[in-house]
Ligand binder design. Structure first.
Ligand SMILES: NC(=O)c1ccc[n+]([C@@H]2O[C@H](COP(=O)([O-])OP(=O)(O)OC[C@H]3O[C@@H](n4cnc5c(N)ncnc54)[C@H](O)[C@@H]3O)[C@@H](O)[C@H]2O)c1
Length: 341
């Protein structure tokens, strides 16, 4: 079966960002755009697009040969039968689009992150999707990256021993880039964040601040995140255990075992048992959404997981604002995390 997809939002993450990344030496996780993904995937077809900006709408329509072009998602949903809606508009519009699509009876939603700005919006999205039986997947791309998945399995299988801590150097704001990391930490550790302390910075210049924050997990370990706005440093996650450590970078994972050598315990680098299989994270995410629609399986990152990520994001922002530790779950349904787009 071929799934008919409607794309709402024809901006950067539709195709432009992928065009940019293709010019970066060594970058190979493609497709990395909703239009490029759907157009190339053997089981999907891009049948309609919506964007209020005629320039961007026409650019995507012409490039991907889509005749059905609309200024908003209402017109798209009313005019063209679609199985899946890809929600790639700015974050503040995600809830309205997702809820209307679920009410219109679409089978699946491919949602951009952050899933929404407030927990109240996400709760309304979850209610609409649950009532309509709409499957969801969220483009937290580290959680779907085959190499990072393999690293998560390795950690869960006890290869580094008992986890003792995690440090991460990350990019962009807490709500924006941070959502990828926060979701991946859940996938890798299987643990929940129970408290947060934070020093945030950059809010004056940026809607979505960066900063340094500590997450306390219910497995009794701490995650320290350093996220400097404007930094061009590649992301890195170091996972420490009693028996070794794993270091995740963009396209590589390194591994060390702590071994006794001449009466001293030293880190000895050992090969990582796995390579990137070349599939892009978005391809894996779309495959999992199609499986969810056809077989009722659960994608690794769903709207419910996006809610957890937003709750942690809001706690980090609150802790940064107040200078106080914030315990989770975060309960202010109307506090907003605003990302750049
Ligand atoms: N997963 C990732 O790695 C990743 C990367 C970039 C952006 N994003 C997310 O994707 C979303 C879009 O970001 P972007 O960088 O493409 O932004 P963008 O500003 O480049 O593009 C957004 C597009 O949506 C259009 N738009 C505005 N209001 C709309 C509406 N109501 N309905 C339909 N279209 C509308 C705009 O005209 C624009 O063309 C955001 O939620 C962002 O956080 C995710």
């Amino acid at each position: 079966m071929t799934f008919r997809v409607g794309l709402v939002g024809c901006g950067s993450i539709a195709a432009e960002l992928e065009d940019l990344l293709r010019a970066v030496p060594g970058y190979f996780l493609f497709p990395y755009g909703h239009a490029t993904l759907v157009a190339r995937h053997p089981r999907t077809e891009l049948v309609a697009i919506a964007d209020p900006d005629p320039r961007r709408r026409e650019a995507i329509g012409d490039r991907f040969n889509v005749a059905a072009r609309f200024a908003d998602h209402h017109a798209l949903l009313e005019s063209v039968p679609v199985d899946i809606v890809a929600v790639a508009a700015p974050t503040r519009f995600h809830a309205r689009i997702a809820i209307d699509a679920a009410h219109a009876g679409v089978k699946g939603l491919f949602l951009e992150k952050p899933v929404a700005e407030t927990l109240r919006d996400v709760d309304a999205m979850i209610a609409a999707c649950t009532a309509a039986g709409t499957a969801t997947v969220v483009n937290h791309f580290r959680s779907f990256d085959p190499l990072w998945r393999r690293a998560a399995q390795l950690v869960q299988s006890g290869e580094v021993g008992r986890l003792t801590g995690i440090t991460a150097v990350w990019v962009d704001g807490v709500a924006d880039g941070g959502s990828h990391l926060l979701d991946y930490l859940r996938v890798m550790t299987g643990a929940r964040v129970t408290w947060v302390q934070a020093f945030t910075q950059g809010a004056a210049r940026h809607v979505d601040p960066g900063g340094t924050f500590i997450l306390g997990l219910d497995s009794d370990i701490r995650v320290t995140v350093h996220m400097e706005w404007g930094s061009k440093a590649p992301p890195q996650v170091d996972v420490f255990g009693t028996a070794g450590m794993v270091r995740l970078g963009n396209f590589q994972v390194q591994r060390w075992r702590f071994e006794e050598v001449a009466d001293r315990v030293v880190p000895v680098e050992v090969p990582f048992p796995g390579r990137h299989d070349g599939r892009s994270a978005m391809t894996v995410a779309l495959d999992e959404l199609l499986d969810a629609i056809e077989y009722g399986t659960r994608p690794v990152s769903t709207l419910e997981d996006g809610r957890d990520v937003l709750g942690i994001t809001l706690a980090v922002l609150e802790a940064g604002r107040t200078g106080c530790r914030v315990d989770l779950p975060f309960i202010d349904l109307d506090a907003a995390a605003r990302a750049e787009s």
